[in-house]
Ligand binder design. Structure first.
Ligand SMILES: [Zn+2]
Ligand SMILES: [Zn+2]
Length: 327
């Protein structure tokens, strides 16, 4: 059985569970580990059975719980190398500091390491806090603090540590257990963003959010899918009149921003082959969209095509898991 459950979708966190055969994977880990587990259990999925986490791109709403979830389960994270590098840079921004500040930081780190070493013998592994873009400036050992050379960072000090990282490249096909994945490039303002087509047990699932427009390569990839998860991010008028500063509006509207309701509808009307049993509208903006507006635009586009009545239209939510879809 193939099972597809959107745990969350939107600018505050994205995560979807896909299982096929004996394999279960998480696409993006944008929720905290705790919330991911809570929603998986709500949806009848056992977090302990996850085999891997697949990352579309390094934006926070897709990776916020990545490290903690991967560590807790001891499972690999799959992403492209540029995405991995960008994610590591995000967690370890470089910062200029004076020698006095650097020295003070070394003292504090040494004290923390000592406290940790003292505490570790006593207790087991504590629940790790979520990384929140905390600043861990890179320090070169140009000078040594008074109490000797700095030790290399431990796993817990290194926010970028993952049990395993597997690279794939955009445009390639790879396999995780019983699930085949094709990764394709999407136009979005991240290092190397991708969408996916997943195949298991003869079922094809298309996954495309966070894209400024629908280029030919994405349209081609989404042909013949049994389930289509498609971004329907904003209503153009709501975005135009909404609260975002102009620079952010420009970004969302750009060719590397997000797909509007109209653009999603345009694809469903003219670029889509109508093969999917389910169409899920995803990554709706809470500030610049309403589920009903997205649904009406897509519904109109689909119902204009009499042959596509089998397409069941669903709208993914930020706050609750979408009902699981099985094949
Ligand atoms: Zn993004
Ligand atoms: Zn996003």
């Amino acid at each position: 059985m193939v099972r597809f459950t959107v745990l969350a979708s939107g600018s505050k966190g994205n995560s979807t569970v896909v299982s096929g055969g004996r394999t279960r994977i998480l696409i993006d880990a944008g929720l905290s580990c705790r919330e991911t587990f809570r929603r998986m259990k709500l949806a009848g999925e056992d977090p302990e059975t996850l085999d891997a986490i697949i990352v579309t791109h390094e934006h926070q709403d897709h990776v916020n719980g990545l490290a903690v979830t991967a560590r807790k389960l001891g499972i690999p994270a799959y992403m492209t190398e540029p995405t991995h590098r960008a994610w590591m840079r995000w967690l370890t921004p470089r910062r200029q500091m004076t020698y006095a500040q650097w020295l003070e930081q070394c003292r504090q780190q040494a004290a923390e390491r000592q406290a940790e070493a003292d505490g570790e013998a006593m207790e087991g592994e504590p629940d790790e806090p979520e990384p929140e873009g905390r600043e861990l400036p890179e320090i070169t050992a140009a000078a040594e603090p008074e109490d000797g050379p700095a030790k290399p960072p431990s796993r817990k000090e290194d926010p970028t540590w993952l049990p395993a990282v597997e690279y794939f490249t955009a445009g390639s096909t790879f396999r995780i257990g019983d699930i085949d994945l094709s990764a394709f490039t999407i136009p979005h303002d991240a290092a190397d963003p991708v969408g996916f087509v997943l195949r298991a047990e003869g079922v094809r699932l298309g996954f495309a959010t966070d894209l400024g427009y629908m280029p030919p390569n994405v349209k081609a990839q989404l042909k013949g899918v049994d389930l289509l998860l498609l971004e329907s991010n904003h209503d153009l008028e709501m975005l135009r009149d909404g609260p975002y500063p102009w620079s952010v509006k420009q970004r969302v509207l750009s060719r590397v921003g997000h797909l509007s309701n109209d653009a999603a509808a345009e694809f469903l009307c003219t670029g889509y082959d109508g093969q999917a049993a389910y169409v899920i509208l995803a990554h709706l903006s809470e500030s610049n969209n309403l589920p009903e507006l997205a649904r009406v635009a897509a519904d109109r586009a689909l119902s204009g095509r009499a042959s596509l009545l089998a397409n069941k239209l669903l709208v993914a939510s930020q706050h609750v898991p979408l009902e699981s879809i099985t094949f």
